[in-house]
Design a protein around this ligand. Structure first.
Ligand code: ACO
Length: 322
């Protein structure tokens, strides 16, 4: 049976770093509060002219180089983003042109922080069905553009970045299973309440930002991610000890700790980047994956559990034999 193997990873962060100390000058907050409640010390912020596609391009080039794949070999491009450059064409199509790739399917996926997990699920189905052989899958965000920088409850959380993988059809195990979920009933807890169809031209500047009832989202994230861990293990008749690495969505160190505890996993088997990246939404899981692949922690043959929770609500996991 054909499976989809990760043959290369890449990531990219904008140059500018925004520290907690700098945020103390912008809103009524403290470095201590941010670190204790979230685990975040700093985040990267895109330059004014730097777009999601710019970040995606760098991450994609690094993943293709690591995979040893040229533009002519890519036959599917999926970009997970909530912050596309334009209404259309999709960021995936803009990226396709930048990479000098022509003719293959290219589209965006919008599942907020779970976007990359959704994108991996879709790319996996394309490869297993024979519709694609070599897919470029990216999570890229300029979240800083939809953050209200005067709202201390949200502005301390988010950052910009991109991560990418190249997947290839193989006869040896790669992606073992994917588990994708959503429940649209929770829109009021986490949203940006404006968009094109609601009248973008009438847009009030103060409405174009992330609104979050953080405490309620936090509780839902912890219980839902606990359930997705159980679902993933049961679906594959695996034990907690079969997982070598947890690569969680990087929203809050306390949520990550809770999921690790559920897995009875020591924190040295959990990839944590939230301290330096903040929450980069769809980019957070592939960014963390690339960091741990490049620093040598994740090795060929390891079993990886990737998971995320975000706006929608959406949530999901991907179990991978790396
Ligand atoms: N600095 C100082 N104090 C603050 C700050 C801040 N930046 N922000 C809030 N506070 C205050 C609050 O006003 C409140 O004060 P009060 O007790 O006087 O009312 C107090 O701190 C506690 O606020 P809570 O919201 O209860 O704090 P909590 O411990 O829940 O932490 C946080 C807030 C970090 C947002 C947490 O709830 C969280 O991480 N939520 C989940 C985020 C998440 O996972 N989102 C999903 C993905 S995002 C996506 O999909 C786009």
């Amino acid at each position: 049976m054909t499976s989809a193997r990760i043959i290369g990873t890449g990531s990219f962060l904008p140059e500018r770093i925004l520290t907690n100390q700098q945020l103390e000058q912008m809103v009524e907050t403290t470095d201590l509060w941010i670190r204790e409640r979230t685990g975040i010390r700093q985040r990267h912020i895109a330059a004014p002219e730097e777009t999601t596609c710019d970040l995606a391009e760098q991450a994609a080039r690094r993943a293709m180089s690591a995979a040893g794949k040229g533009p002519e070999e890519i036959d599917l491009i999926i970009v997970a983003t909530t912050t596309p450059d334009q209404v259309f064409p999709s960021t995936a199509c803009l990226l396709q042109s930048r990479l000098d790739i022509h003719g293959c399917a290219a589209f965006d996926i919008q599942a907020v922080c779970t976007g990359f997990i959704y994108a991996l699920g879709v790319a996996n189905s394309f490869i297993r069905s024979g519709a694609a052989r070599c897919a470029l899958v990216i999570g890229a965000e300029t979240l800083s553009r939809i953050v209200d920088w005067s709202d201390r409850q949200t502005c301390v959380l988010f950052g910009d970045g991109a991560g990418a993988v190249v997947l290839e059809a193989a006869e040896t195990p790669g992606i073992i299973s994917t588990h994708l979920h959503a429940d649209g009933d929770y829109e009021s807890l986490l949203r940006v309440p404006v968009g094109i169809s609601k009248g973008y031209h009438k847009l009030q500047q103060e409405q174009a930002f992330i609104e979050m009832k953080g405490n309620e989202v936090f509780k839902m994230a912890v219980t839902t991610l606990g359930r997705i861990v159980d679902e993933t293990l049961e679906a594959n008749q695996m034990k907690k000890t079969d997982i070598d690495w947890l690569i969680p969505h990087q929203a809050n160190i306390r949520i990550i700790n809770a999921t690790a505890k559920k897995l009875r996993m020591a924190m040295d088997r959990v990839v944590v980047t939230v301290d330096t990246h903040g929450n980069t939404s769809a980019a957070s899981v592939p960014l963390a994956l690339d960091v741990a692949v490049r620093d040598g922690r994740i090795r060929r043959g390891d079993t990886l559990l990737l998971e995320a929770f975000g706006g929608g609500f959406t949530w999901g996991s991907v179990l991978v034999k790396y």
